[in-house]
Design a protein around this ligand. Structure first.
Ligand code: CMP
Length: 144
């Protein structure tokens, strides 16, 4: 099914100059870019974004870290993009991510795993609504 996912390039990847490489993977795969912005998110925004992890011990550090410097927030659309997007990112822990995946190729630490991808269509919809106004989503179809 054609669906949308929320992909975020994290501060570590922005700082390391990996923005283009990560976008490239999704473009080359054939997914369609619907929205994108660079932003320094507030702690309040990340507290909401990671609300489901609130009870975990790394939550405060995660929220503080994510709000330190810019992230690149994106919406990608295509057939099965939620599941395929997660496969392309690799496992949450880079050490468990196979070479050929984004995390498998570019990072080594779980707390600096360079990108985020929605884990279901429902959370994609919630995350897209949290990060973007409807007016920021581009409705377009390739013409050839
Ligand atoms: P993400 O896909 O953004 O979802 C939750 C994030 O929490 C995850 O990527 C990691 O960056 C972070 N995370 C998960 N486990 C740990 C951990 N043990 N220590 C620090 N950060 C973690």
């Amino acid at each position: 099914k054609t669906e949308r996912t929320f992909i975020m390039i994290k501060p570590d990847a922005v700082q390391r100059g990996l923005v283009g490489k990560i976008i490239c993977r999704f473009e080359e795969k054939g997914f369609k870019l619907v929205a994108m912005k660079q932003k320094i998110g507030s702690k309040e925004l990340f507290a909401k974004h990671y609300e489901s992890l609130k009870k975990l011990k790394f939550y405060d550090g995660l929220v503080a870290y994510m709000a330190t410097s810019p992230v690149v927030a994106m919406v990608w659309e295509g057939l099965g993009v939620v599941k395929t997007g997660r496969l392309m990112l690799g496992e949450t822990d880079p050490a468990k991510s196979l070479p050929g995946t984004i995390r498998g190729d570019y990072c080594i630490e779980i707390g600096r795993n360079i990108c985020h991808g929605s884990d279901s269509v429902a959370s994609a919809n919630d995350e897209i609504a949290l990060w973007f106004d409807d007016s920021e989503l581009c409705h377009w179809t390739p013409s050839n």
